[in-house]
Design a protein around this ligand. Structure first.
Ligand code: XUL
Length: 507
């Protein structure tokens, strides 16, 4: 009996395989990690081969640990880090390391594309401005800096779709992930001919696009041999990590706003109709639910800021998971507002609300009385302020936030949830399962093979509220500190750009 569903989440730090039964019960997960190379300070790259190796290991491990045979898996769903660029030659060989979503090298390419096409037309054609993390400017960067690679490009893929290619020998993506390429007509849910023509990128380089719940490929012989899955097993389109995560948390209905506190911090709202932010500060992407869309604000370093803090300030040990508990315990000792200390979490530049690759992290207001506990608390609060920025943009677009649901690694901290409830001045709800995107991918697979009638039914089998955190009387303190936080970026913007130019010259 084939009643297991497999979700593969190709994350930024590792590939996670998640196995569930179609009644919603989780059988297990296994993760294998890989490294990120930073050949220059704001560049991030990974080897697609390392993704494949880690995926094979996680997949085999989860099947093994759960005692499930490949042939019992009814369908596979893929999700993962969005926007990354994988380039293949005619033989399907990877031409260079993948350039990732948080790589900031393409500022100049974004400016050039925006000037050439015009900012309004870009939003009209693709629903979004061209941003440094997105895929198209990465292609342009290769054209400018690695012409010998550019000449050999025959295929352009997103990260999770490279894994699909290795599993199925099929070149395909889904509408939600394609939305983050700057080459996709998000309103019509197809590649944007206008944008491709303007940039001189052949449509033949791009994979076919399906809805997230559609079966787009089947495991082929090689894929089956490598993984232990059965040849012919259906693989659905799947979704970018945010849209897939929203499937598990129920942010597929209007009125529910989901916040993910992962490496990046995301504020996400579903929309039945296509709407764009006229200022382009929120992303307007296709959702994983057929014929719906979503709006999203992405801050680049959310829990990533805490990881930096552990490494750079706390104990220099990036493997010490237990240190997070110590940091959170210390942060609890400081009072709300961290005695007037603010932290701007722009450690890898920023996307929402300030799309600025030159922005940098800042501690503002340091005083002799500040101790490590204040430094720690200011990081948690600064991230919450950044998320409040995105929620504010959504409310201005008429998005209702009847319920705020928080998930991701950071959401497991009661202190961070409390800070969020106080900064947003609304209750935040957290779910029982922390397996966001991988779970969503498995659910999408279940819809694809009709084990669930639709995405809403799929969500209902897994989503359980674990608790609610209500705002306290710290709301007023945070309102006052948020006003100071918001005032900082505009006065620093030019200095960030100047510092970036100086650093490029000196370091
Ligand atoms: C979404 C985004 C991140 C990455 C990595 O736009 O950039 O969520 O997908 O997680």
């Amino acid at each position: 009996m084939s009643d297991y569903l497999l979700g593969i989440d190709l994350g930024t730090s590792g590939s996670k395989a998640l196995l569930m039964k179609d009644d919603g019960s989780l059988c297990g997960t296994a993760t294998h990690s890989y490294d990120t190379q930073m050949p220059r300070p704001s560049w991030t790259e990974q080897a697609p081969e390392a993704w494949w190796t880690a995926t094979v290991k996680s997949l085999r491990a989860v099947l093994d640990e759960c005692g499930v045979d490949g042939e019992q898996v009814a369908a596979v769903g893929l999700t993962g880090q969005m926007h990354g660029l994988v380039v293949l030659d005619e033989e399907g060989t990877v031409l260079r390391p993948a350039i990732l979503w948080n790589d900031q090298r393409t500022g100049k390419q974004c400016e050039a594309i925006t000037e050439q096409v015009g900012p309004e037309r870009i939003v009209e054609w693709t629903g979004n401005p061209v941003l440094p993390g997105f895929t198209a400017p990465k292609i342009e960067w290769i054209r400018a800096h690695e012409p010998e690679v550019f000449e050999q490009i025959a295929t352009v893929l997103l990260p999770k779709d490279y894994v699909r290619y290795r599993l199925t020998d099929t070149l395909a993506t889904d509408v939600s992930d394609a939305s983050g390429t700057s080459l996709f007509d998000v309103e019509r849910r197809q590649w944007s001919e206008a944008m491709l023509d303007a940039l001189g990128i052949p449509e033949a380089w791009l994979p076919q696009v399906t809805e997230s719940t559609a079966v787009s490929a089947h495991i082929h012989r090689e894929g089956a041999r490598a993984t232990g899955l059965q040849q012919g097993t259906p693989v659905v389109g799947g979704a970018g990590d945010q849209a897939a995560g929203a499937v598990g948390t129920g942010a597929t209905q209007e009125g529910i706003v989901s916040i993910t506190l992962g490496t990046s911090g995301v504020v996400f709202a579903a929309s039945k109709s296509y709407r764009v932010d006229p200022d382009g500060r929120l992303h307007a992407f296709c959702h994983a639910v057929p014929d719906t869309w979503h709006l999203m604000g992405v801050m680049l370093s959310a829990a990533g800021s805490l990881q930096w803090f552990r490494q750079a300030v706390w104990n220099g040990n990036s493997d010490d998971e237990a240190a997070f508990d110590d940091i959170l315990a210390a942060a609890r000792e400081a009072r709300p507002g961290a005695e007037g200390l603010l932290f701007l979490p722009y450690l890898s530049g920023e996307r929402t609300p300030h799309a600025d690759p030159h922005a940098r992290g800042v501690y503002f207001g340091l005083h002799l009385r500040h101790e490590r506990c204040h430094l720690a608390r200011a990081v948690l609060e600064g991230v919450a302020f950044g998320l409040r920025d995105s929620l504010g943009l959504m409310r201005r677009l008429g998005i209702r936030a009847e319920e705020v649901r928080v998930s991701g690694g950071g959401a497991q901290s009661p202190l961070w949830r409390q800070i969020l409830a106080d900064v947003l001045d609304r209750p935040v709800v957290h779910a029982t399962t922390p397996h966001g995107a991988g779970l969503g991918a498995a659910l999408l697979a279940g819809v694809g093979v009709d084990l669930f009638a639709d995405v809403a039914e799929a969500t209902s089998v897994v989503y359980r509220e674990a608790g609610r955190t209500a705002p306290t009387d710290s709301v007023a303190t945070y309102d006052a500190m948020y006003a100071r936080y918001q005032a900082l970026y505009p006065v620093l913007r030019d200095q960030f750009a100047a510092l970036s130019e100086t650093s490029d010259r000196l370091f």
